[in-house]
Ligand binder design. Structure first.
Ligand code: ATP
Ligand code: HSE
Length: 314
């Protein structure tokens, strides 16, 4: 750690502390002292990625930060190198943002409008980004994993999963031109920090990939605008969708695709939560360290999305 930090011209190490909670990566809060001033940083060590996976994220976060999107971006060392290694894993030194988390039950229409604006700006800023990445847990992953998991599931759950995988394949076959670009891919409320009602930072961009932009908005709607029983809070969802639409107006095809994409987004996270909950081994992850999140929460949202389809505001 000391050796790594000495390669940057950012000061002397004062203290560091591991942060609880990471699955895909390990974060340390690091304090450095320079000219009698203490500054906080975050050192992220990547458990799931190899060095070859990293340039996409180094370039994307630098690109977004240059366009005033509040994402952590890697500092360059005195030789201009951002991508580092700690204990033989890829590592990045990034700014530590101020701001607080908001619990899901405390999210208001104002919080949802703010993430709507930020997400649209994220999408617009990344429109001209020059690298592409296939999602780690995208269509190929869920086609494969939804099959692999069948023997652990009830017949009903297995069929529900298979149906949603098929319906997304059918949507992809439509002769539609749904806008694609770089999505965040995991924009749950615990990956945002707030200053008052306003989003001040967007964290954990390591699921970013090239995909339908509207799929990203569906991930947000499912997490930020639902109640514990899976029903949608209309006031929050409308605030989210209108704020997004004001920055990046929806296209006619997006109106048609939206109800299915809310279902696909629920299915994607239902499946990724089912895998550890069923005790299935995953490459690059140590099951003992896994925080198991409740898959049923996403199943309830999926069932509500089917029973009461959502529509985009005009
Ligand atoms: N750059 C940053 N600035 C400020 N706080 C940060 C930053 N990066 C991480 N944090 C804080 O550390 C917490 C844990 O981050 P981390 O990504 O390790 O956990 P996580 O989001 O729970 O992980 P996972 O998504 O893998 O489950 C975040 O929720 C946030 O409060
Ligand atoms: N946000 C994900 C976990 C991290 O990718 C979930 O809630 O299932």
């Amino acid at each position: 750690m000391t050796n790594l930090l000495a390669q940057f011209d950012l000061g002397q190490l004062v203290s560091y502390k591991g942060i609880e909670g990471g699955i895909e990566n390990t974060n340390y809060f690091v304090t450095l002292e320079q000219n009698n001033q203490h500054t906080d940083y975050v050192l992220t060590v990547f458990e799931e990625f190899g060095m070859d996976d990293m340039p996409f994220f180094v370039e994307l976060t630098t690109w977004l930060a240059e366009r005033q999107i509040p994402v952590p971006f890697p500092y360059k060392d005195r030789n201009g190198i951002a991508l580092k290694k700690l204990h033989n894993r890829p590592a990045l030194l990034q700014p530590r943002f101020t701001g607080h988390h908001v619990a899901q039950t405390d999210l208001s229409a104002e919080h949802c409008a703010s993430i709507g604006t930020h997400l649209a700006k994220f999408h617009l800023a990344s429109e001209s980004f020059y690298l592409r990445r296939q999602a780690h847990r995208g269509v190929f992953w869920w086609r494969r994993e939804s099959q692999n998991i069948q023997r652990h599931l009830s017949k009903e759950d297995g069929e529900l999963l298979a149906q949603e995988v098929r319906l997304f394949d059918e949507l992809r076959e439509q002769p539609w031109g749904l806008p694609m670009g770089t999505i965040h891919g995991d924009m749950f409320h615990d990956n945002a920090l707030f200053d008052g009602n306003q989003v001040s930072a967007i964290l954990d961009v390591y699921n970013a990939a090239t995909a339908f932009l509207l799929f990203d908005l569906a991930i947000v709607a499912n997490d930020w605008c639902t109640l514990p029983d899976g029903t949608v809070d209309q006031a929050r969802e409308q605030a989210l969708l209108k704020a997004y639409h004001a920055e990046r107006p929806f296209t006619p095809d997006e109106y048609k695709a939206w109800p299915q994409l809310t279902r696909t987004a629920a299915m994607r996270f239902w499946l990724s939560r089912l895998i550890p909950a069923c005790g299935i081994e995953q490459a690059g992850r140590q099951s003992g360290d896994m925080v198991i999140k409740d898959p049923d929460e996403l199943k309830r949202i999926l069932l509500q999305r089917i029973a009461t389809p959502s529509s985009l505001p005009g």
